[in-house]
Ligand binder design. Structure first.
Ligand SMILES: *Cc1c(COP(=O)(O)O)cnc(C)c1O
Length: 282
């Protein structure tokens, strides 16, 4: 039997959700549970996320799995539809869509079904998905031929909200607000984990924490407990062998490590197949 085992603490997960939601008491909280809840087994931890108002996932397969696991909460596809068929399936299952490209907008408008809420994604500096300033207005005006502002959430994603230099995120917020000012009845959503922790004036209608929910600090040099977060995942394994070495003797590939003094080295049962990173010096 393989000894390497991950343990998931639901108590820690719900504690973290409470911590983050309490920081933004006037916002609704979308728990981001994409990538199998960052490896924390999305379908098995839903009951620990009872306080979340909505769930966010990347792909429709994840949304289907979470719905099948029994949640009634709204589920948002954060990357939107990958193909036209996703829109019909989302309509059928009552998933919500992010609209980040003209193609996605056309698929949405071609669908007979009316979605109760549509997420309009603006690229304010991340440089990945979302409408850029020069075509955002045309896209929004097209969306508003069918939907009212009250049904639309304008969202954006921060590239540097974990950086000590706050000017990049403040610039993104300013670009967001310039655009959103034209659509005063739309709701807003900007904050990932680091945004929730560092930019309270950007909490707005919906926060979208991911990594912090799982008990990791988004800030380099900070730990979960600095933000009253608790680690959700613990990895344990067995010690397979203990060997004695002399000071200066080499250990591992490329002799990366040398013992600073005479001592013992424990060899643990864990490898790449268990998810142990190839990039950890070994
Ligand atoms: C992944 C993701 C989040 C969560 O980001 P964290 O930095 O993990 O908190 C929020 N919003 C969107 C659109 C995402 O894709």
């Amino acid at each position: 039997m393989r000894a390497a085992t991950k343990h998931i603490s639901k108590a820690a997960l719900s504690h973290n959700l409470n911590t983050l939601a309490d920081l933004a008491p006037d916002s609704r909280c979308m728990a981001v549970i994409k990538a199998n809840a960052y490896g924390s087994e999305a379908t098995q931890v839903l009951d620990a996320l009872e306080r979340a108002d909505l769930f966010g996932v990347a792909a429709i397969e994840e949304a289907l799995a979470i719905r099948a696991a029994g949640t009634r909460k709204p589920i948002v596809l954060l990357e939107g539809a990958f193909e036209a068929g996703d829109v019909a399936l989302a309509a059928d299952k009552q998933f919500e869509l992010v609209i980040a490209t003209m193609q996605q907008l056309e698929w949405l408008l071609a669908c007979e079904h009316d979605f109760s809420r549509v997420w309009f994604k603006l690229d304010t500096g991340m440089g990945r998905l979302g409408f850029q300033a020069h075509d955002a207005k045309a896209a929004m005006d097209k969306l508003l031929t069918r939907y009212t502002q009250q049904n639309v959430v304008i969202m954006t994603h921060f590239s540097d909200s974990d950086a000590p230099d706050r000017s990049i995120t403040n610039g993104q917020i300013a670009r967001f607000d310039d655009f959103a000012a034209h659509y005063p009845d739309c709701e807003h959503s900007l904050c990932n984990s680091a945004g929730v922790l560092s930019f309270p004036h950007a909490h707005r209608h919906y926060i979208r924490p991911g990594i912090a929910l799982y008990g990791a600090s988004p800030f380099a040099g900070h730990f979960a407990e600095d933000h009253d977060l608790k680690p959700v995942m613990t990895l344990t394994t067995r010690v397979l062998s203990v060997k004695a070495f002399k000071r200066g003797e080499p250990i591992g590939y490329a002799q990366t490590y040398r013992l600073p003094a005479d001592g013992h080295i424990a060899i643990c049962e864990i490898g790449y197949a268990d998810g142990y990173s190839r990039f950890i010096p070994s």
